[in-house]
Design a protein around this ligand. Structure first.
Ligand SMILES: Nc1nc2c(c(=O)[nH]1)N[C@H]1C(S)=C(S)[C@@H](COP(=O)(O)O)O[C@H]1N2
Ligand SMILES: [Mo]
Length: 210
């Protein structure tokens, strides 16, 4: 699932440009009902959690052959990609041209040996947040476990040490402070999905609420 283009982009430090993925859904880069902002607002259900870089572990479990655990430094040693992406919050703001560096979702799938009957994931985060995605949605280019933003470490307010980014979905599908990913054979709903936000969350179809 990791394509050679992404590896090349990471090696050369030239971000791969994914800002045209909207073309799949229409002519407008800005999804309907959104306004563009140059700022990067912080949106968290309950503030920024504390974490210890010495003991932090990113875990992979559930319907997998090989459950995994990575320290922060081991995670940063995995093959990485740097991508330019747009970011769309369901509350109505979009930020264009975010440069994220991180591990592609497919890289984790390959290492974990995900079972054939797994078709969903639930992301878990240090603040108790969860969000779910289909494996099909996760397999798309652009879904990263990101630890870098604009050439620096991802700021803590934006989900450092590691967050998920999902440029083809509203940003609540991207768990900040992600501590692990659970592979599931039956779908489980995440924090906002249980509270009435759309499970499919396509910004160009304005899938905001369920
Ligand atoms: N762990 C965690 N992840 C989260 C959230 C949260 O409250 N906790 N909020 C989500 C929402 S609604 C959005 S819009 C984005 C906001 O990311 P930002 O604060 O970097 O802009 O994070 C998403 N991921
Ligand atoms: Mo959001």
């Amino acid at each position: 699932m990791t394509d050679a283009g992404a590896a090349d982009a990471a090696d050369s430090d030239a971000p791969e440009d994914l800002t045209d993925l909207y073309r799949e859904y229409g002519d407008d880069r800005l999804p309907p009902g959104q306004r563009e902002t140059d700022r990067f607002p912080v949106l968290s259900k309950s503030g920024t959690p504390a974490w210890d870089p010495e003991t932090f572990e990113f875990e992979v479990w559930g319907a997998v052959e090989n459950p995994l655990g990575y320290s922060l430094s081991a995670f940063r040693d995995l093959p990485a990609a740097t991508q330019r992406q747009d970011f769309h919050c369901v509350t109505g703001w979009s930020k264009f041209d975010c440069t994220f560096t991180g591990v592609e979702f497919g890289e984790i799938v390959d290492r974990a040996g995900v079972h054939d009957d797994a078709d969903h994931v639930l992301f878990h985060a240090l603040d108790g947040y969860t969000t779910n995605l289909s494996l099909e949605a996760c397999a798309r280019e652009g879904v990263l476990f990101a630890y870098g933003f604009d050439g620096d470490d991802l700021p803590a307010d934006h989900g450092g040490p590691i967050r998920v980014v999902t440029p083809h979905k509203y940003a609540y599908k991207g768990a900040k402070w992600v501590s692990g990913v659970e592979f599931l054979t039956d779908k489980a709903l995440g924090y906002w999905e249980k509270r009435g936000y759309s499970d499919t969350a396509n910004p160009w179809n304005e899938e905001r609420y369920s």
